[in-house]
Design a protein around this ligand. Structure first.
Ligand SMILES: *Cc1c(COP(=O)(O)O)cnc(C)c1O
Length: 412
């Protein structure tokens, strides 16, 4: 059977026709070295020539199904995934911006993170192919996302996480009725075990930088941005980066539009990493990949070996992307500034993207009249512990007006 898509190895370029379920390039993954980024992550490619007669609007009216590995929009979960708000922010701390700043609020997805875009496509593919159990290894968000999406679809989810994942994320996984496997070890251990279990039990695996369809789900944010900005390309997009899958998805979405002749240039896409987890930023262009142990409050981007390093680094190099790092202190301050100025409370990984924007603005200047987008990838309610150091919740006030007045003195 011919398929509308095929796979291309992001390392050796090998073309593989769609057919049996496949995860990595067989040639490259066989050469995998320990403690190095995974080899052979596959990219999904379409027959762009065939599709190039379609306008952006025609693609959009069909939910971009032509650019997804799916046949029927009814395969998607009956939840509001994607189509998240894009807010324009006119001023910060009382100062009017002389540039356009937009926040793409992906904490508004059903399980409160960007990961739902990937889970929805993987789950829909499983539905179209008669698969009923999906497994994922996760630091928290991918797992809680898959659990929620599977709950909506009547599918079974098995989630491997490091036992230290934030409680809200573990709670979500349990509430959605998934099977939670907390592993006494780090994310890499959970990842390896989930792959062994996939083979042992014949499940379908959603792991990021392993299942090629996660990037196909993640790229939908670029189509939305293009539509919400009235078919304009922003100048800058700030993306928080851990494994480098979201940012590859952002590149891939615009690259698809480029291949179709819908757009003529790429936006400048900026990878924002925590200074204490900067293994992607530090290793781009280096002869040999050397990992530094990560240690940041932004758990969703705390990564020792970015699993999608090769593809993300390739995109950043090819399309003149940039990297920037921000300290944990920058992240916390940006988180508070964002919440106070906009009413959007994000988890630290997402606040890192905003911190990246602020740092970039101070260091290089954001040109007058330019258009920037900051990708906010997860809700602040997912990790309340992370921001506790920013304030103290006041002690109770006696229940009488005199005490209240005294309490409010100097406060308002
Ligand atoms: C997963 C995640 C990221 C980072 O995505 P990568 O693909 O690992 O680079 C950023 N923010 C949030 C909230 C996430 O859940």
């Amino acid at each position: 059977m011919t398929s509308k898509f095929s796979y291309q190895c992001s390392d050796c370029g090998l073309q593989i026709p769609a057919g049996e379920i496949i995860y990595l390039c067989p040639n490259c993954s066989a050469k995998q070295l320990p403690d190095k980024p995974p080899l052979g992550v596959l990219k999904v490619v379409y027959d762009y020539n065939l599709l190039s007669n379609l306008s952006f609007r025609e693609l959009e009216e069909n939910d971009f199904l032509q650019l997804l590995p799916l046949n029927d929009r009814k395969s998607f979960p009956n939840l509001h995934v994607g189509q998240t708000p894009l807010y324009e922010i006119h001023s910060l701390d009382g100062e009017t911006n002389d540039f356009e700043l937009y926040l793409k609020d992906d904490s508004q997805n059903p399980t409160f993170s960007f990961k739902d875009r990937a889970s929805a496509v993987v789950s829909a593919f499983a539905k179209e192919n008669g698969i009923d159990t999906i497994v994922a290894a996760s630091t928290g968000n991918a797992g809680s996302s898959l659990a929620g999406i599977c709950a909506a679809q009547g599918q079974k989810a098995v989630i491997f996480v490091p036992a230290t994942a934030p409680k809200a994320k573990l709670t979500q996984i349990m509430m959605y009725g998934a099977t939670l496997v907390p592993v006494a070890g780090n994310y890499d251990k959970a990842f390896d075990l989930s792959i062994e279990a996939t083979k042992r039990f014949g499940w379908y695996n959603r792991n990021t930088a392993f299942n090629p369809f996660t990037i196909e789900g993640k790229k939908t944010v670029s189509f939305e941005l293009y539509s919400q900005l009235k078919e304009q390309i922003p100048d800058y997009i700030f993306v928080p980066v851990g494994d480098g899958v979201i940012i590859s998805g952002v590149f891939k979405g615009f690259e698809d539009l480029l291949e179709l002749g819908i757009i003529e240039k790429m936006p400048v896409i900026i990878a924002v990493q925590a200074a204490r987890s900067s293994n992607l930023a530090d290793n781009i262009g280096k002869e040999e990949f050397v990992s530094t142990p990560s240690d940041t409050i932004a758990d969703s981007i705390s990564v020792d070996i970015p699993r999608n390093f090769n593809m993300a680094a390739g995109y950043i190099t090819k399309y003149d992307g940039q990297t920037i790092t921000v300290s944990d202190d920058d992240i916390l301050r940006a988180s508070l500034k964002l919440a106070k100025n906009t009413g959007i409370f994000t988890e630290p990984a997402a606040a890192a993207a905003f911190a990246g924007f602020l740092t970039y603005k101070n260091r290089y200047l954001i040109p007058k009249g330019s258009v920037s987008v900051v990708l906010l990838t997860g809700s602040g309610l997912k990790d309340l512990n992370a921001v506790q150091s920013l304030f103290e919740i006041p002690l109770p006030v006696s229940a009488d007006m005199t005490s209240v007045e005294k309490f409010l003195k100097d406060k308002i």
